[in-house]
Design a protein around this ligand. Structure first.
Ligand code: SF4
Ligand code: SF4
Length: 410
């Protein structure tokens, strides 16, 4: 048991008379619900910190808004479907709940093929295998692991979304960022114990004409890697590029911005033609976290903004540096925050990189850059330290010629 999270899920939950709740509507939550059914565990409900997700049922069960749980249940068993197990357990502990379980046993006994899922089968298989690895590594303190590494290959985007959490509308000269990118990925992977997912992102990654070569280079470094292209489906990848990836560990994650994702159908048809797995997700609403300004927060406020943040493990590689989140990566790249070494690891600077990366990954306080960020809480309505505009409609477009203002630090 670590931080009150237990392994012995199946036998305990089968014989318990308390309600069983699956925490967080991740893609893996669906598999956990199926596996519970297979193992004779009756699930009562799901819960999620995003109130907008609680309006509809999920797998025919109610979805409860997590902060409301104590008003509904005095006691309950929770299975964590989210990758940040420690943070989830901490929130449940703060709400007065103690019976918290890792889904590892449920994943181990789960046969993806037996069920249909919202995502494609191969995508789901990868997700479950990554989630198992994350759960195993979570209980191993000696290891440094990254649930995902976002590899930024361009700051160009085919859309110009207000509230972009990657800060793209602040760039007035957008560029591809593939210089030495493969070398940087190699350095990171040699200095951590495991990276579950490599995500090729932008901007829109397909705006970089070299996206296929970079992606292939990343897979060739280690063909067992799970690689995902995060795309807004405005650009259809060419057949000769997709052919290169047939039979490889590559998937697409397609964010659906409705009419703006003008090539969605063509992209899906091409991916199907080349047997490449994908997941299509409606953009929905976002928590606004795109403001850049100094807040002069106190130390307790900085700790709180970091504690409430949902992006503290969105490790981002940009221009030879490793960051904990896309805000710091892009704000630093734009020179919109002071250049403070403790905000990142410079992968080409040498020194004891293993330790430097470990310090960044194990950070549980805050980074100096957090003072320039509005915050990115799961639940903006109940966040104690948050300065953004709350939930905003995803994909609202800014005029192309509009430059967002920020103060440059050099
Ligand atoms: S949020 Fe919009 S502007 Fe930002 S990277 Fe995605 S598609 Fe581009
Ligand atoms: S700067 Fe800090 S608070 Fe903002 S998204 Fe990154 S980790 Fe979270």
């Amino acid at each position: 048991m670590k931080r009150n999270i237990r392994f012995d899920c199946i036998e305990t939950l089968k014989s318990s008379d308390k309600p069983v709740i699956i925490y967080s509507l991740t893609e893996e939550a669906e598999a956990i619900a199926n596996s519970c059914k297979d193992n004779g565990i009756v699930v009562t409900a799901f819960c999620d910190n995003e109130i907008r997700k609680t309006k509809k049922t999920y797998c025919d069960l109610e979805v409860i808004y997590t902060p409301e749980l104590p008003n509904i249940y005095k006691d309950a068993n929770f299975i964590i479907a989210h990758h940040t197990l420690g943070d989830c357990a901490e929130q449940l502990n703060d709400l007065g709940f103690r019976n918290i379980f890792s889904p590892l046993e449920l994943f181990r006994s789960y046969e993806v093929k037996r069920y249909k899922h919202r995502a494609s089968q191969s995508y789901m298989e990868k997700k479950i295998s990554n989630a198992m690895k994350i759960n195993e590594l979570y209980f191993d303190d000696a290891k440094t692991y990254l649930r995902s590494l976002d590899v930024v290959i361009t700051t160009k985007c085919s859309l110009n979304c207000s509230g972009c959490s990657n800060l793209m509308p602040y760039y007035n000269s957008q560029t591809n960022t593939d210089n030495e990118i493969l070398e940087a990925v190699k350095i990171i992977s040699e200095n951590v114990d495991h990276i579950s997912e490599y995500r090729i992102i932008g901007g829109e990654p397909l705006m970089n004409n070299n996206w296929a070569q970079i992606t292939m280079g990343l897979i060739e470094q280690d063909p067992s890697r799970s690689v995902y292209i995060y795309s807004n489906a405005t650009i259809c990848p060419k057949d000769n590029h997709l052919e290169m990836f047939e039979g490889k560990n590559l998937h697409f994650y397609l964010t659906d911005y409705g009419d703006l994702s003008r090539n969605m159908d063509r992209v899906i048809a091409s991916l199907k033609k080349h047997n490449i797995g994908f997941y299509r997700k409606p953009a929905g609403n976002w928590v606004d976290c795109s403001g850049i300004k100094q807040h002069n927060r106190s130390i307790p406020e900085l700790k709180q903004v970091f504690k409430e943040c949902c992006a503290t493990e969105l490790y981002t590689l940009l221009d030879g540096k490793l960051y904990t989140c896309p805000f710091i990566a892009n704000a630093a790249n734009l020179n919109a925050i002071p250049d403070i070494k403790s905000n990142y690891v410079d992968l080409f600077e040498g020194g004891d990189l293993k330790n430097k990366i470990r310090r960044l990954v194990k950070m549980n306080n805050f980074f100096p850059a957090c003072d320039f960020c509005d915050g990115r809480p799961h639940d903006p309505a109940n966040a104690k330290v948050y300065a953004g505009n709350g939930l905003i409609k995803a994909g609202k477009q800014l005029p192309r010629n509009e430059e967002l203002p920020f103060v440059k630090f050099k």
